[in-house]
Ligand binder design. Structure first.
Ligand code: IGP
Length: 261
């Protein structure tokens, strides 16, 4: 049933790209990007510090939960993540289901210094150049939406720009594809994007499929400190936490507790 939501998300992303291309062609965007100083892979470097790294997500809504935070003081949230010791921030820019925007991303970018992931549904490398020009240190590449060949070519774009690709997988087959394409940072989503079911043990179960020289990110479904502990014990290098932090009244304090695990 929700297969349609993922398809719709991808289709709408393609529509947005088409619309944006009328303002700036791909050639124009590429030349703008390449005239800038390249990135220094800040995102992946921030996850290499040893111990469990924390990627904290900013999203107003989601397709599975609807509106999470109606007030959504995103600058304040970003600053509390930074002061709470987050290693990186993930910011949704998808407008229709997640109520994000490029403008929100850019505003947050100027308010904090830690690395930022532009979380969107990448269906065209145009979006990677866009992300780089917005000041992103990383983009999300979802295996379900991209075959190995496309993954490989998008990873090459990221390398050329000096930014990180968080390559999201959900099963063994997708992990194989991510590895074949040369991903260095691999996420395992505990949420099945097709039916939205969450199984927090998915990341732990698939851990051994990912070689130890890769950075392993456990994504989604963290609902307690116990969950964070479980994922750490399962060998995650980083966890990506959204809703649990977004619903917290004191995200910086909660982050402090996560960091103490
Ligand atoms: O809010 P949660 O359950 O902590 O999940 C965060 C993040 O992993 C989730 O938002 C996510 C994982 N993969 C995605 C792909 C697209 C959009 C969103 C996501």
């Amino acid at each position: 049933m929700n297969q349609t939501v993922l398809n719709e998300l991808a289709e709408y992303a393609a529509e947005r790209v088409k619309r944006d291309m009328q303002r700036a062609s791909k050639e124009e965007l590429i030349s703008r990007a390449l005239s800038r100083q390249t990135g220094t892979f800040r995102f992946e470097n921030a996850l290499k510090k040893g111990g469990l790294s924390l990627i904290c997500e900013i999203k107003k809504a989601s397709p599975s939960k609807g509106v999470i935070d109606a007030a959504f003081p995103y600058i304040k949230i970003a600053q509390s993540y930074e002061s709470g010791g987050a290693d990186a921030v993930s910011c949704l820019t998808e407008p229709r289901w997640f109520m994000g925007s490029d403008e929100i991303f850019e505003e947050i970018r100027t308010a904090i210094r830690i690395p930022m992931l532009r979380k969107d549904f990448t269906v065209d490398d145009y979006q990677i150049y866009q992300a780089f020009l917005m000041g992103a240190d990383a983009v999300l590449l979802i295996c379900t939406l991209l075959d190995t060949r496309r993954l490989q070519s998008y990873l090459a774009v990221c390398d050329r720009l000096g930014i990180t690709a968080l390559v999201e997988t959900h099963n063994e087959e997708e992990i194989k594809s991510a590895l074949k394409a040369g991903a260095r940072v691999i996420g395992v989503n505990n949420r099945n994007l097709k039916d939205f079911t969450v199984d927090i043990s998915n990341a732990a179960r698939l851990r051994e499929r990912i070689p130890s020289d890769k950075i392993f990110v456990a994504e989604s479904g963290v609902a307690s400190l116990e969950d964070v502990n479980k994922l750490k014990n399962a060998g995650a290098d980083a966890v990506l936490v959204g809703e649990f932090l977004m619903r917290s009244k004191e995200p910086a304090a909660l982050l402090g507790q996560m960091r103490a695990i």
